[in-house]
Design a protein around this ligand. Structure first.
Ligand code: AMP
Length: 300
């Protein structure tokens, strides 16, 4: 059984989970837990949950006594030509999966609750967003930074858990929490993959069977580049090999395939510091992203 099928099978026999849609109710629940001296974790998502999301819940349970998951398909982080309208929405089965995973509360607000009439504030993180997905998806990280700031301030958890799958996003969130003095620990959790290496993503559902068969090459190429770098191959040559390999595997467009410093996403010409190889590439209309850690002497 694939990971995705296992999660769906568990969800079929799930207990219920308390769901709130308003910030006042979320805060009332958090206040009660605070009175009991409990430690609270937050796991923000856009729903269409898979085992990757549920791994964040598991991590959150290790970090705290109570876990709040959020589901909000945030219109502000989608560009006008992106998939906001067709993004999968399946709250009932998501709630069942969260219950099985031991989540204590689901916060699933409406767009009006999050962006009421007159809403006029944007949180923008500069620097980390200047390259990679930033310029290719204008406004995306502003939308992410704004909604995550709101969720953190609404729940005021002790810890919030995010996936390394969206590595640039993770660094953006760490930065905003520090810069805005939001008293929360930001935890990064490793990418969960299918057996063939493809990183789980809600958008994998868009892939045709033929493209799904090509998709695992993304991770294979990242792993091979990491191996080449640790063997001492020059970054430019290893990355050029990766570009060719992805093209010949049928990736239609490669937005980027780069070696970056893991701490600040500055470009690296050689493996001189703990690094990340990051990729974004299209199969048909579906844009896939992935990344892998690579440190001098050791690969992931
Ligand atoms: P999303 O619903 O796509 O906005 O993702 C919600 C959270 O789940 C983010 O912190 C993502 O980085 C994380 N996430 C998505 N896919 C994976 C995965 N395959 N493994 C681990 N975390 C993931």
């Amino acid at each position: 059984m694939t990971l995705t099928a296992e999660v769906a099978a568990d969800a079929a026999t799930a207990p219920a989970i308390a769901t709130v849609r308003h910030v006042v109710k979320l805060r009332a629940c958090v206040a009660e837990w605070r009175r009991d001296g409990l430690r609270i974790a937050l796991v923000p998502t856009m729903g269409a949950l898979h085992a990757g999301h549920l791994s964040l819940v598991s991590r959150a349970k290790e970090e705290a006594d109570r876990v709040i998951a959020t589901i909000f398909v945030n219109p502000r982080q989608f560009g006008p030509a992106e998939d906001f309208d067709r993004y999968p929405r399946q709250e009932l089965s998501d709630a069942a999966k969260l219950a099985v995973a031991g989540t204590h509360l689901l916060f699933a607000p409406t767009v009006e609750e999050m962006y009421p009439e007159g809403f006029a504030t944007t949180v923008r993180v500069t620097g980390i967003t200047d390259s990679l997905c930033g310029p290719l998806r204008p406004g995306h990280f502003d939308g992410v930074a704004t909604i995550v700031s709101k969720l953190l301030l609404q729940a005021l958890p002790d810890v919030a858990v995010f996936g390394e799958k969206d590595y640039q996003q993770l660094l953006v969130i760490r930065r905003l929490a520090r810069d805005l003095d939001i008293p929360v620990q930001i935890a990064g959790s490793p990418t969960v993959r299918e057996a063939d290496g493809l990183a789980l993503s809600s958008r994998n559902a868009y892939l045709s069977p033929a493209d799904r068969a090509k998709a695992p090459m993304l991770y294979k190429v990242l792993a091979e580049i990491a191996a080449r770098l640790t063997r001492g191959e020059h970054a430019a040559s290893a990355l050029a090999w990766g570009q060719d390999r992805l093209r010949s595997a049928g990736f239609d467009r490669i937005d980027y395939l780069e070696l970056r410093d893991a701490a600040n996403l500055q470009p690296l010409e050689a493996l001189t510091a703990p690094a990340r190889i990051l990729v974004a590439a299209f199969l048909g209309r579906t844009r896939l992203i992935d990344n892998i850690a690579v440190v001098p002497g050791v690969s992931e």
